[in-house]
Design a protein around this ligand. Structure first.
Ligand code: HEM
Length: 468
């Protein structure tokens, strides 16, 4: 082994015993923590704890090293303990399972996400969006965090499970809200999160109740579909009928189907809803971009509602979504554990180390993005995209764990932006504080209170939309 491979990467010194200061810094503001840490270099190291409980933490910031973890050497980087917290809710679903089992589940679910199949969901997306807009009063104050959450939830449930959400389902809404405090524990070291999960704390009790509500809702969905025996051609039917032809030729138990659909239910709405919420915020702060978006929609759509076929003719709409996920990537960081010693950037990374990668930091790297804090959809020219190294921009992850819903999310994001921005514009409620709240996903601490105005010219030509 060469001498360069033995040296320790740069990183912040411990100011408190056991590196507690790093932990406190993460808890206080993980985004600021990672941005600060990134100034040390492309590979940064610090340790938390001592003896057997010591955790070696490495942050990799260079796109090549992100690719190394997610693609090239992915078999040496396991999700490990980092997902134990999520497993308490999602069991062994796609997001949380690993190895052969994960590959099998991925094979079974993948056909539901083929581009052609997804294109058929376009009318569901625009239909629900138009119905939501119809319910907005001109000049009303809306919490766009809540509005977008409700919309994307309805869409994912209809598209993947062919089921309608009951608008008055307070138990479901409460269950989703009650996951909040529990979700924040993702920032803690796994053993601490596990310990808290065993204590009778109010957040733990709320989490357990929420889990019960969600499980029983998913179980009912499965039981109804099994009883009807009907093939709806959606993800749920596909999972219930699936047998693993390439593998052991068996199907999935009800419990496994529940883990999968709960994963899709949660992973499939929260992320997209946040991307949209941050988009409305960014557009409200950048009137020139909003104007350009409206001009594109008015000229291409000429007063009618958008469809999937319009998307290739709405490049600026796509750029807005892309730039919004650059600045506020809903999945802002991901972590892995090394299962064997690795060499990265000239450093030896021991087995059992915790590796942290961050989209939030990658997307602000001034080596690849000029004026990185600026919201500039126009930066996404074809030439710029071609020149960007792989994993300089990676909102959907990569490699075998690439987001299965990526094509769904791109289509949904662009279609909902087009549908909503064609008819409405939003300004931030004066005085409303905007602050990030990174949990499992990148939320806004105080929601996003905005005032909606109907765009007069376009609104006159809105055709009546029916949601089936
Ligand atoms: C803007 C929207 C979305 C973003 C930013 C996003 C982001 C991500 C990321 C970064 C991962 C990889 C996590 C890791 O490597 O640790 C992931 C995985 C996943 N996402 Fe998404 N996602 C979005 C939408 C969706 C949608 C719409 C669905 C389903 C309908 C979905 C379902 C999943 C699932 C099941 C996985 C686990 C895949 C696997 O490990 O095989 N996501 N997502």
């Amino acid at each position: 082994m060469s001498q360069t491979q033995q040296k320790t990467p740069p990183g912040p010194q411990n100011k408190l015993p056991l590196g507690i200061d790093h932990l406190l810094s993460v808890m206080k503001d993980p985004l600021a923590h990672m941005m600060r840490i990134s100034r040390y270099g492309d590979v940064v190291y610090y340790a938390v704890g001592r003896g057997k409980r010591k955790i070696d933490v490495y942050h990799f910031f260079h796109p090549d090293y992100v690719r190394e973890v997610l693609v090239t050497s992915q078999r040496f980087y396991d999700k490990g303990e980092s997902i134990d917290h999520l497993k308490e809710l999602l069991g062994e679903g796609l997001l949380t399972s690993s190895g052969e089992f994960h590959l099998r589940q991925r094979r079974l679910a993948q056909p539901a996400f083929h581009k052609k199949r997804i294109a058929a969901f376009g009318d569901i997306m625009t239909g629900y969006a138009n119905r939501m807009i119809d319910g907005w009063q001109d000049g009303a104050t809306l919490d766009m965090a809540e509005e977008m959450k409700e919309l994307t939830l309805e869409i994912v449930v209809k598209s993947l499970f062919d089921s309608d959400l009951d608008q008055t389902d307070h138990a479901l809404k409460e269950a989703l809200n009650n996951l909040n405090d529990w979700a924040e524990r993702i920032l803690l070291p796994p053993n601490l999160a596990r310990l808290l999960g065993k204590l009778p704390l109010p957040a733990t009790t709320r989490f357990k109740k929420a889990r019960q509500v969600l499980n029983s809702k998913m179980d009912r969905l499965i039981a109804e579909r099994r009883a009807s025996g009907a093939d709806h051609g959606d993800l749920l039917s596909m999972l219930l009928q699936a047998t693993d032809e390439e593998g052991d030729k068996t199907g999935m138990s009800n419990l496994q189907v529940r883990h999968e659909i709960l994963t899709m239910f949660l992973a499939g709405h929260e992320t997209t809803s946040l991307a949209l919420m941050w988009t409305w915020y960014l557009l409200s702060q950048n009137p020139a971009a909003a104007q350009k978006l409206h001009a594109e929609l008015d000229s291409v759509l000429a007063g009618r509602a958008p469809t999937v076929e319009d998307l290739p003719r709405l490049p600026y709409t796509e750029k807005v979504f892309m730039e919004s996920m650059r600045l506020f990537p809903p999945s802002y960081a991901t972590s892995r554990y090394t299962v064997a010693e690795q060499q990265v950037g000239g450093y030896t990374i021991p087995a059992g180390s915790r590796i942290i990668l961050s989209q939030y930091v990658s997307h602000r790297d001034p080596r690849y993005f000029t004026d990185p804090e600026k919201f500039d959809p126009d930066r996404w020219t074809p030439e710029f995209r071609a020149s960007l190294p792989k994993f300089a921009y990676w909102p959907f992850g990569g490699g075998p764990r690439l987001c299965i819903g990526e094509p769904f999310a791109w289509m949904e994001g662009a279609l909902l932006i087009a549908t909503i921005a064609r008819r409405c514009e939003f300004r931030l409620l004066p005085g409303h504080p905007v602050e990030t709240r990174p949990q499992v996903t990148l939320r806004a601490r105080y929601g996003m209170k905005m005032i909606v105005s109907r765009r007069k010219v376009a609104a006159e030509k809105v055709p009546a939309q029916a949601v089936s």
